[in-house]
Design a protein around this ligand. Structure first.
Ligand SMILES: Cc1cc2nc3c(=O)[nH]c(=O)nc-3n(C[C@H](O)[C@H](O)[C@H](O)COP(=O)(O)OP(=O)(O)OC[C@H]3O[C@@H](n4cnc5c(N)ncnc54)[C@H](O)[C@@H]3O)c2cc1C
Length: 137
């Protein structure tokens, strides 16, 4: 944990933009570097973005207790039950660098897939749709 690492004199530097190049972070050499910048490392690594969209629903009429994975021609969609009658429906996998808001098509496909699995989603409330880019080689 953080306090244990502090006791061992590990130095933390927060809120710092880093560039990693030739074994150096911001021009300082290190023996080992773990690069956890996700797509932030795109300039220096051969990374591309795989766009994902997830919908969060409040659906008290649905009674799924375990995650459900669908065999879908376009998306490997899953429904993940969360506390308080909430469900996360995800996720699209689209080859795209676009991190903008969710599209009509993706939202329709996520929501109709959920409705196909359980008709109780019909009266569910859409709490939000999130998008992101997964880093991939
Ligand atoms: C729609 C969607 C659904 C997903 N669903 C799941 C799921 O169900 N289960 C699952 O396990 N995973 C899922 N993922 C993947 C999951 O989000 C990622 O695997 C996870 O966020 C990766 O965490 P990370 O800390 O490696 O990278 P990130 O969360 O991408 O964090 C990288 C951090 O580096 C920082 N950074 C970037 N560049 C710099 C820089 N130059 N200097 C300093 N800091 C920098 C960023 O600000 C960020 O804070 C999903 C992804 C998407 C998009």
């Amino acid at each position: 944990s953080y306090s244990m690492l502090n006791r061992r004199k590990v130095k933390f530097v927060f809120n710092q933009r880093v560039t990693i190049k030739n074994g150096e972070i911001n021009n300082r050499p290190f023996d080992f570097i773990l690069d956890c910048r996700g797509l932030g490392a795109k300039k220096e690594q051969l990374l591309r973005g795989v766009r994902g969209e997830v919908a969060r629903l409040y659906a008290p009429e649905v009674n799924l207790t375990r995650p459900v994975r669908l065999m879908h021609p376009r998306y490997p969609i899953y429904i993940a039950p969360k506390p308080n009658n909430e469900y996360v429906i995800g996720a699209t996998e689209i080859e795209s660098q676009d991190s903008g808001p969710a599209t009509v098509r993706s939202t329709l496909e996520l929501l109709s897939a959920a409705y196909t699995v359980h008709s109780g989603f019909a009266e569910g409330r859409l709490l939000g749709v999130q998008t992101g880019l997964r880093p991939a080689f």
